[in-house]
Ligand binder design. Structure first.
Ligand SMILES: O=c1cc[nH]c(=O)[nH]1
Length: 213
């Protein structure tokens, strides 16, 4: 498991700005910071890929460069993930993409996650990056992964999140039965009664795009 804020880097500044009530109201900056964290996590994930030697001709000579031998599939969960996903797409610019539409069903008691929409390429044997900035209960991740597995069994699923709750992490470990790795911006203290992450940052979708009805 990689956790960005476990060591000092400029990434901490981006996380701080996402959380800070005096800064996060600037939607452009909020989306940009999610994107920048996506780019950093994408770079870290790229270190796990298989590489091959590619011959290159520069204007001056022949040389070789080690490049990834395949492109991942990026799966993103609408809508809060879009700026975060964009960070991954900036780095993995040749990636295929799939989309999942997940929403929380309002009501009394346990939170229910509904997947209204999904569109994905064949995932058989592929390296998948599932990007969603907020790992709260983990239920939408598990629902998304169950749905994705009907499109083939990936070689590995890299799960990338900006902020994770300990409860969500436990839920993923208990419920994912295919190879996976976790790439996280920060791990927070807990979930509150409304299943928001504390200290967290609030509602990532609303902060990125405005409140929905
Ligand atoms: O704290 C949380 C949890 C889920 N989704 C969010 O946007 N924020």
């Amino acid at each position: 498991m990689f956790v960005l804020t476990e060591s000092d880097s400029i990434g901490n500044q981006f996380i701080a700005e996402l959380r800070d009530v005096t800064i996060q109201g600037d939607r452009l900056r909020f989306r940009k910071n999610l994107e920048r964290i996506g780019e950093i996590l994408a770079y870290e994930i790229s270190k796990t890929f298989c590489y091959q030697t590619k011959p290159i001709t520069t204007p001056l000579a022949q040389t070789t460069v080690r490049v990834p031998d395949s492109n991942p599939v990026l799966i993103t969960v609408l809508r809060a993930s879009l700026p975060f996903y964009n960070g991954f797409l900036n780095v993995f610019d040749k990636a295929d993409s799939g989309f999942v539409g997940a929403f929380r069903e309002e009501g009394e008691g346990e939170i229910k996650i509904n997947l209204g929409y999904h569109a994905s390429p064949d995932l058989e044997g592929r390296t998948v990056v599932l990007a969603d900035p907020m790992l709260a209960t983990g239920k939408s991740f598990i629902k998304s992964i169950e749905t994705l597995l009907s499109h083939g069994t990936p070689k590995i699923i890299h799960i990338a999140v900006a902020i994770a709750s300990p409860e969500g992490l436990s839920y993923l470990h208990e419920n994912i039965h295919v190879p996976f790795e976790l790439w996280i911006g920060a791990i927070d203290q807990s979930l509150n009664a409304q299943s928001y992450i504390v200290p967290g940052l609030g509602d990532a979708g609303d902060l990125a795009f405005g409140e929905k009805i």
